[in-house]
Design a protein around this ligand. Structure first.
Ligand SMILES: Nc1ncnc2c1ncn2[C@@H]1O[C@H](COP(=O)(O)OP(=O)(O)OP(=O)(O)O)[C@@H](O)[C@H]1O
Ligand SMILES: [Mg+2]
Length: 272
């Protein structure tokens, strides 16, 4: 028996910027509740646009996005009760952290979302300290946001989403700018979030992250369409597909006096 509940149901979703720049073309897929789901594809294939659509920041030009059985559309987002519920339970961490972080210092940034709630100052402080410890940014709490490095900003952005304890966490390129140890931490946190019943949706072009997370995977191609949907384990073995969508490349070179052609990607140490 399949008792998985569908969280998102996308039906023939297309999106065009300025009516003519194609970002997404005819995307049909479902995302289950309490799953780790990832979109992978090369630069410009439409991943961030899709994350914005899932977070109700953009609406498709064609097709429908059904979320928990209800269509996400402009009319829905004019209903204040719906917006309040959606925005506190569904959080997007932007690819570009500068468009997300708007407070002057790290403590204010982390506590901002909680100040709008009934939670006491004491509890806010405790939660800020907890999430800072989790994300290994305790020493940054008093720092000005403008003084942080790119990776530090990314950690603050992820922490400011986690502190709200949302049901659905959308992470657009979560590991870009992060060092390998911090990438490992993100993978561990994503697993922990899943254990507590959350749904984690990520977008990336990082095959290594996909290999670590083993999510349900949707590969987007350069035509802004779905190339394939399946288990990460199976898709990572499918060199033909990865070559087709340019996530790996083949190169030819001379090795021990012989011409060699081999697949090259950056997520595994490549062998001859
Ligand atoms: N504001 C915008 N105005 C016009 N075109 C845009 C805009 N934002 C994105 N695009 C175009 O839409 C397409 C999809 O962009 P998107 O940012 O969704 O891709 P992406 O897969 O997230 O890329 P990356 O891996 O570089 O983050 C690209 O061709 C891009 O140039
Ligand atoms: Mg992007």
């Amino acid at each position: 028996m399949n008792d998985k509940k569908i969280l998102y149901d996308l039906r023939n979703v297309s999106y065009y910027y300025l009516k003519e720049i194609i970002a997404l073309e005819d995307i049909t897929l479902t995302i289950n509740e309490n799953s780790i789901f990832a979109f992978i594809g090369v630069n410009g294939c439409g991943k961030s646009t899709l994350m914005h659509i899932l977070n109700g920041l953009l609406y498709p030009n064609q097709g429908n996005v059904i979320y928990k059985g209800e269509e996400l559309n402009e009319v829905k987002f004019k209903n204040i009760d719906f917006v309040r519920k959606f925005r506190t339970t569904n959080t997007l961490v932007f690819q570009d952290t500068d468009s997300q972080l708007f407070c002057s210092d790290v403590y204010s940034e982390l506590s901002f979302g909680l100040i709008q709630t009934e939670i006491s100052d004491k509890e806010i402080k405790e939660r800020v300290e907890q999430v800072a410890e989790l994300m290994k940014i305790s020493s940054l709490l008093n720092r000005a946001i403008s003084s942080l490095s790119g990776g530090e900003k990314k950690k603050v952005a992820i922490a400011s989403a986690l502190i709200l304890n949302p049901e659905v966490i959308l992470l657009d390129e979560p590991t870009s700018e992060l060092d390998p140890k911090t990438q490992g931490l993100i993978v561990e946190i994503i697993y922990e979030l899943k254990k507590t019943g959350k749904t984690i949706i990520i977008s990336t072009h990082d095959l290594g992250l996909i290999d670590d997370l083993k999510p349900d995977l949707c590969v987007l191609n350069e035509q802004h369409k779905v190339e394939i949907i399946g288990r990460a384990e199976d898709i990572l073995e499918n060199e033909e597909i990865l070559l087709k969508v340019n996530l790996i490349h083949e190169h030819t070179h001379l090795h021990n006096g012989m011409m060699h052609k081999h697949i090259h990607s950056h997520y595994k140490i490549h062998k001859h």
